[in-house]
Design a protein around this ligand. Structure first.
Ligand code: ADP
Ligand code: MG
Length: 698
């Protein structure tokens, strides 16, 4: 096996040395391996350079020419200094401008040959003539011209730079690093996989994503969709999935509890329900029961849209554990949600003599001894429940109701505490399949793909803030019919006071506009007890309109409420809006979600609100959200303990993911210890390096 490239510091590559290595470190490049995966963010085809006379306005383009003048000029009122660079290529001229960066004058001199890239604009004053503002630039020396293989007459890579490093210098260093690395690159993917998908070799892939050969399309390169990019994405996703396959296999082989019982407890609760389970709920409960009966621990993800009835499914699982003589714990991401579950479950269990306890940060010590002794059968709380020092007498099942915060790593920690309970993870709102295969790729998967009957889609509409008068009229109509209304103000993180003020004035305004109604208010600063009281009044119909900050996101279930009004809707994320909307449409009446937007919207906010109008299916909304915001930001893959993806993109590479997963799982099935694949094995260990504990769980 060759020495891995992450053991070579870039410092020793020709033309780099300690000084430059320090600069590279600022880009996160320390080893040759780091450099190989520091990919260009775009490519420029410098084989057929467009002449200046051919430029078009308002498009991103590159030009190449000679500097004919480089001058600092003052704006008319002398407020700002502009550095103006005039470049000519014989067919025309273009003026580049840098604002308030007088030092730029030192960079260029008359006669330099330069590349400029940016959006070409029309000179505002004259109405004609090309301008380009704060362009990316490169000065080409005569030496460079001689070295055509790097900077000119080819498709050149453009890397993100920092201060003290020019594009051209970085490109040269990268060129040297690649030359250095090539003989050391070893392909670790199994031959048959490379053949099956006709993948280029790893060496070709790395060479071509940095310094593409003649026959690669620049468009494909720029979309990061060349076969070479695909090969690198495949590798990353393959390594990721192989790790998950190892974890999953390890768990499946562990000894767990075999929950075998008649199911009388659940039967009793089921009979007391005022509704029939949906077929989807029945199917998922059966899937869970099959897992629970097996002698290996259950690890299952339940996905379901808001209102699909996940709580009752979780309860079915918990009751089986309890009937078999074990304790069950339910973990929620927030105290409010924990409290909510606690209330619901206590109500569902009112005819049993089971002991249910709430354990949150604020209510800790009370019951710890009874949890340790096993007297309390069902414990509901926040993550603190597992992460801190709570001892369980005989924990059999953990249900995690969460919003993408409890990743592979945390689940592994749970097991390392010596506990080996069955684990059921429920998502609060749906997440796209590609993402669940990654974040929850070590789990089995069930989906509740059906809503309870008689649920009509909520009619959703976006309004501008100044259309509020329409709202009053509409609300009066609904209230006259006896319906109830939620009004939500956003949580403004910087200022809890301001948030409160918004909601308080909102309440007063509504009271003035709807004199015959009773308006209540809940907000994050109220004591839990006060909050409960208001919620209870709303639930019993004593209050008609409930004004609140986002605390009702996970709030009560009031089927008679038919209107959800959200102010400053543009400040909410898509899945949050979808959660809020899920508070209405729970009864037989037609429900409405009215989104009020304030001020000028960003393009993204506009699209979010549009999605809400257009789609009611949570899975669809999750896909859109994913596309809008990207996986990292949205779902915090970082915190989840996953290795970072440097090339692959879960949105773009959904299909590659599917293949990579299939191949990785097959391989681990066939050769669990990767005995026949030593290079792959060491690569895999490197990929998951700080996360290695997870391999020990197996
Ligand atoms: P979520 O999946 O969003 O957590 P919940 O478990 O809170 O949904 O259920 C939403 C509401 O639907 C609750 O009031 C619950 O009692 C009710 N519910 C659950 N299952 C059914 C069903 N099969 N038929 C009718 N109502 C149901
Ligand atoms: Mg729920």
């Amino acid at each position: 096996m060759k020495r891995p490239l992450n053991e070579y510091s870039v410092q020793y590559v020709k033309g780099i040395g300690p000084q430059r290595a320090k600069v590279l470190a600022r880009l996160g490049i320390r080893t040759v391996q780091d450099a190989l995966f520091y990919l260009p963010y775009r490519y420029e085809d410098r084989r057929l350079q467009k002449s200046i006379s051919q430029l078009r306005y308002d498009e991103f383009q590159s030009v190449y020419g000679r500097v004919v003048s480089a001058e600092l000029v003052n704006t008319p009122r002398g407020k700002m200094k502009i550095f103006e660079l005039v470049v000519s290529d014989g067919t025309g001229v273009i003026t580049a401008k840098w604002f308030n960066q007088p030092y730029m004058k030192k960079v260029f001199k008359k006669g330099d040959m330069v590349y400029l890239s940016g959006i070409v604009k029309r000179n505002r004053y004259w109405g004609v003539g090309f301008e380009i503002h704060n362009p990316e630039y490169e000065i080409i020396t005569e030496e460079d011209e001689a070295e055509q293989s790097i900077h000119t007459n080819r498709i050149v890579p453009v890397y993100r730079c920092t201060a003290r490093l020019t594009t051209r210098n970085l490109r040269r260093m990268m060129f040297n690093i690649i030359q250095f690395a090539l003989p050391h690159i070893e392909d670790y993917l199994p031959e048959e996989i490379i053949k099956r998908y006709k993948l280029p070799s790893l060496r070709d892939a790395l060479l071509n994503v940095h310094f593409p050969s003649e026959d690669v399309s620049v468009d494909e390169l720029n979309q990061l969709r060349s076969i070479y990019h695909k090969r690198l994405s495949f590798d990353e996703l393959f390594l990721l999935q192989a790790g998950l396959a190892i974890v999953k296999r390890g768990m499946a082989r562990q000894r767990g509890i075999s929950f075998v019982c008649e199911g009388r407890l659940w039967e009793r609760v089921l009979k007391s329900l005022p509704f029939e389970l949906t077929d989807a709920q029945k199917r998922v409960i059966q899937e869970i029961y099959n897992d629970m009966q097996s002698p290996h621990p259950m690890n299952r993800l339940i996905q379901g849209d808001v209102g699909s009835g996940k709580t009752i499914v979780a309860l079915a699982a918990m009751l089986r554990a309890v009937e078999c003589g074990y304790q069950a714990a339910l973990m929620a991401p927030t105290e409010i949600l924990a409290e909510q579950h606690y209330q619901n479950i206590k109500k569902l269990l009112k005819d049993t003599d089971l002991r249910v306890e709430l354990l949150t940060g604020s209510k800790r010590e009370r019951r710890i001894s009874e949890i340790a002794s096993g007297e309390i059968e069902i414990v509901i709380g926040t993550h603190a429940l597992i992460q801190e020092s709570v001892e369980f007498g005989r924990l059999g099942l953990v249900v995690i109701d969460e919003q993408h915060r409890f990743g592979v790593m945390q689940r592994a920690v749970l097991r390392q505490k010596g506990l080996n309970p069955d684990v059921l993870v429920m998502t609060a709102t749906p997440i796209p399949r590609t993402l669940s295969l990654t974040l929850y790729g070590d789990l089995d998967y069930s989906v509740i793909d059906e809503l309870p009957p008689n649920r009509r889609p909520v009619i959703t509409k976006v309004f501008q803030h100044n259309q509020r008068p329409l709202l009053v009229k509409f609300l009066k109509g609904e209230l006259k019919k006896g319906r109830q209304v939620y009004v939500v103000y956003p949580l403004i993180e910087e200022s809890e006071k301001l948030q409160l003020k918004d909601a308080v004035t909102g309440k007063e305004e509504l009271e003035a506009m709807l004199p015959e109604c009773r308006v209540g208010l809940v907000h994050g600063r109220m004591k839990p007890q006060e909050k409960d009281e208001v919620m209870a009044e709303f639930k019993s119909g004593k209050i008609d309109v409930l004004v609140s900050t986002t605390v009702i996101e996970v709030g009560v279930d009031v089927p008679n409420a038919t209107v959800m009004v959200i102010f400053h809707a543009e400040r909410f994320g898509l899945s949050q809006l979808h959660q809020l909307r899920g508070r209405v449409g729970r009864g037989a009446h037609q429900s409405y979600c009215l989104l009020f937007a304030h001020g000028r919207l960003t393009e993204e906010a506009r699209r979010r609100l549009y999605c809400m109008e257009k789609y009611s299916d949570g899975f669809r909304i999750a896909e859109e959200d994913f596309k809008l915001r990207g996986p990292g930001e949205l779902f915090g893959t970082r915190q989840s303990g996953m290795p970072d993806l440097r090339v692959a993109d879960l949105i773009r590479d959904g299909r590659i993911l599917a293949y990579a997963r299939k191949e990785a799982f097959n391989l681990i099935e066939k050769d669990p210890e990767l005995e026949g694949y030593p290079v792959l094995k060491s690569k895999l260990q490197g990929f998951w390096k700080d996360k290695m504990e997870i391999f020990k769980t197996g």
